[in-house]
Design a binder for this molecule. Structure first.
Ligand code: RIB
Length: 295
């Protein structure tokens, strides 16, 4: 038996500019290319989960504006097999956008949430009643804080599992952090969340906290610190690598894979994600990940 995956989060249009030079404050330069494609941490995680989950039982709860970007974002989710029954289209509102500069194979991102700010507890909580004990919620922090907080409390009541990817960083009460089933910050988010060394934070949250370290893989604590190495890959664009990790982790856990195997699966999926341009461009299919893991 596998559990359903419910992604509650942002769906945006990514506007990515590639440049060889970073402008100084007040300076104008000419960029090279503009790449426009659906993104948003929530949508990226939903697409990753749908590409990797055998029965494609993946739902997205989110919102877009009633503009052209909104239609493109919804069509993209549908094409990947994500269930969009719980996506709202907000009249008179813009869809979220992410303004990305890609420089020296790394990114700088400014997100304008727009419609993503309309993902509020009054809309989301009633939908959660449709799901069953053990189903997995995946959340990030490009939606209102009050929604993330209310969902964590409600999920505990309904015995739904929660993977919280605390990106971008925003302070979150310890009471709520402790209620989350799995927490997946990167190293700097971990430091900001706990205000102590990564090793101390890991030791205090055994088999709950997974810190992603990019090319160094991911670490968690189970009696001692455990490192799950990354797989070597050619990096084209790291945008969305963390999202693929979270979507893949949800898939593996929904199938009942062990903690360590689930992290290996997520590491392998994200190694493919960085090898193509765009947040969703490199997300692999299940066949590709299974084949690579079996080699
Ligand atoms: O994690 C990558 C995502 O962050 C991009 O797709 C962009 O939308 C930003 O929100």
């Amino acid at each position: 038996m596998t559990h359903k995956i419910i992604v509650i989060g942002s769906a945006s249009m990514d506007l990515t500019v590639q440049t060889q030079v970073m402008p100084d404050q007040g300076e104008t330069i000419l960029g090279e290319t503009l790449y426009m494609a659906p993104g948003g941490k929530g949508a990226n995680q939903a697409v990753a989960a749908a590409r990797l989950k055998r029965n494609r039982d993946v739902y997205m709860i989110g919102a877009v504006g009633d503009d052209a970007f909104g239609q493109t974002i919804l069509n993209n989710l549908r094409q990947h097999g994500v269930n969009v029954d719980y996506m709202q289209t907000i009249e008179g509102e813009h869809s979220g956008t992410a303004h990305i500069t890609l420089y020296e194979q790394d990114n700088r991102i400014i997100v304008v949430p727009a419609a993503n700010n309309r993902i509020v507890p009054e809309v989301v909580l009633p939908i959660l009643q449709q799901f069953e004990k053990g189903d997995i919620i995946v959340m990030q922090q490009e939606i209102p804080a009050k929604t993330v907080e209310a969902v964590i409390d409600e999920a505990a009541q309904l015995e739904l599992q929660v993977i919280l990817n605390p990106a971008p960083y925003r302070a979150l009460d310890n009471r709520l952090l402790n209620k989350v089933t799995y927490l997946t910050p990167n190293e700097s988010e971990c430091q900001q969340l706990f205000g102590e060394s990564m090793d101390d934070a890991l030791a205090q949250h055994p088999n709950q906290l997974i810190v992603t370290l990019g090319a160094e893989g991911a670490v968690y604590f189970d009696q001692t610190r455990q490192t799950v190495p990354a797989y070597p890959c050619d990096v084209v664009d790291t945008t969305g690598a963390g999202d693929t990790f979270n979507g893949a982790l949800a898939v593996a856990l929904s199938e009942g894979q062990s903690f360590e195997t689930a992290i290996q699966f997520a590491n392998m999926a994200s190694s493919f994600a960085v090898s193509a341009l765009g947040a969703q461009g490199g997300i692999p299919t299940r066949e590709v990940v299974d084949k690579a893991l079996n080699q």
